[in-house]
Write a protein of this length. Structure first.
Length: 180
């Protein structure tokens, strides 16, 4: 792999000049014009005449597509495009809020406000109801707590994964409602 030290991004293996092993290639000129299908050796000769590199752009095509370009500039452009694509990505985090089955009203309201903030920022919220000790005997009577919370947050969120028991806890995932 080639390293682009400027942004520390990797660019996948690209075959250049003598590393191209195909017998025939479809050649694209330095200005983007189609030159045609020819042997790889002839294509390398044309690239050398133009003082540029022969780069394998599409190895899966039949015949493989090669382009006569400046390899350093091509690598730079790929790195820049990769960086731009990373910038535009939105990473959705899953924020977890834990409750106990005997939570008080004020504590519940505080946690609901936190959940609203997370949902307003576009994050998913995982609500977890944790049971300890003797609370394990009352799991079925505490299941309604998560459903009540989901109902209170219905104006800003929808249930992505309904409540499900996992060991000593019951969890539910809420996703923010998309405004159109």
């Amino acid at each position: 792999m080639y390293f682009c030290s400027l942004w520390r991004c990797t660019i996948s293996d690209l075959l250049v000049n003598e590393k191209i092993r195909a017998k025939e290639v479809r050649l694209i000129g330095e200005h983007g014009e189609q030159i045609g299908i020819m042997s790889a050796k002839d294509a390398q000769m044309k690239a050398r005449e133009a003082d540029l590199d022969l780069v394998l752009v599409s190895p899966n095509a039949h015949p493989p597509v090669c382009k006569v370009i400046d390899y350093g500039k091509y690598r730079y452009e790929l790195a820049r495009k990769e960086k731009e694509a990373k910038k535009k990505q939105k990473v959705i985090e899953v924020k977890e809020i834990r409750f106990s089955p005997n939570i008080d009203e004020n504590d519940l309201n505080t946690k609901l406000n936190n959940a609203r903030k997370f949902l307003a920022k576009g994050n998913k919220v995982k609500l977890t109801l944790r049971f300890r000790g003797r609370e394990m005997a009352h799991i079925s009577s505490s299941r309604h707590i998560l459903n009540d919370i989901a109902d209170q947050l219905a104006d800003v969120a929808t249930v992505d994964k309904p409540s499900k028991q996992e060991g000593r806890s019951i969890s539910m995932v809420l996703t923010p409602i998309k405004d159109k």
